[in-house]
Design a protein around this ligand. Structure first.
Ligand SMILES: [Zn+2]
Length: 296
């Protein structure tokens, strides 16, 4: 059986860390380039006479063209194209999540089916199935649109920071600080995207494997496994140990903000014709752990 970190049921923390580091590096590089451009904009200092105090006011001949800011950010995030380019940098992380979800679910199902006459599907067969390949492509397209959208939002927000700084007559270094702050906001937005997407892809791969078994006539549902950590939402923790069909689980994740920053996962469970778990003893044990969460 695979050992898993209970507080990270998707087991993707290393992958998420790598993806976040990559996004941060790309956004930091963008910030550096935008700041270099900003340094070149000529400014003159005007001291505004005032009865009580003298206020320094800065006047700029021009701002930075939006096309240049947009070019910098899109180049660093590789988001110039309308659709996902071949070998886009983020695909590495989604594919890793996807592959490990498939491998881990199939290892789990192998345990479930051991001692029964039911056949395990080889993992390579799962990888080669057309449904699998198409769904991975669709997930990667989805990630691309989110990060492309982040690039656009960042561009317009950076422009806004520069233009309102100029309008207020702020100094060059004060505006530079605001540019850096705005890139920090984009970095946390990027982290939310990366964490959510990677966990989603991992879980979709696990559920995709279950679908493949169901198509082969083997009745499996998915048991919701919650991280049960301080940030776990109560309505996620309450599902810990409950079993659903893959359709119902997908529908739940798709509704509202359930996906956002969700650390929950699922694993297969053998169910009967009434969609009830066959191994009640195991389910009760998992459910008991879920109830402990609410006692803290
Ligand atoms: Zn969750």
């Amino acid at each position: 059986m695979t050992t898993r970190n209970e507080s990270d049921p998707t087991n993707q923390s290393a992958n998420r860390t790598k993806a976040n580091r990559d996004n941060n590096r790309r956004l930091n590089k963008s910030a550096k380039e935008v700041l270099a451009l900003w340094k070149q904009v000529p400014a003159k200092r005007v001291v505004k006479g005032d009865i009580k105090n003298n206020i320094d006011y800065y006047e700029y001949d021009t701002d930075i063209p939006i096309t240049q800011v947009s070019e910098i950010i899109n180049r660093n995030l590789d988001t110039d194209l309308d659709s996902r380019p071949f070998n886009w940098y983020f695909d590495e992380y989604t594919e890793r999540a996807w592959r490990s979800g498939t491998i881990q679910e199939n290892a789990w199902v192998t345990v479930l089916l051991s001692g029964t006459a039911l056949a395990v599907i080889p993992t390579e067969t799962l990888f080669l199935s057309p449904t699998y390949t198409v769904s991975l492509e669709l997930l990667q397209d989805g990630s691309y649109l989110l990060i492309k959208n982040l690039a656009n939002t960042t561009t317009s927000q950076i422009m806004q920071v520069i233009q309102s700084g100029i309008a207020s007559g702020l100094s060059r270094s004060a505006i530079a600080r605001k540019i850096v702050e705005r890139f920090e906001v984009s970095k946390s937005a990027a982290a939310r995207i990366a964490n959510t997407e990677i966990n989603r892809d991992y879980n979709n791969a696990r559920m995709g494997a279950i679908d493949a078994y169901n198509e082969n006539g083997i009745k499996l549902g998915v048991m919701h496994i919650s991280a049960l950590i301080a940030t776990t939402r109560a309505n996620h923790a309450r599902r810990h140990g409950r079993v659903y069909t893959t359709q119902a689980q997908r529908r739940w994740w798709a509704s509202g903000a359930n996906r956002i920053n969700c650390h929950c996962s699922t694993r297969g469970a053998v169910i009967n014709n009434k969609n009830e778990v066959v191994d009640k003893k195991m389910q009760n044990k998992v459910r008991a752990r879920g109830r402990e969460f609410f006692k803290k």
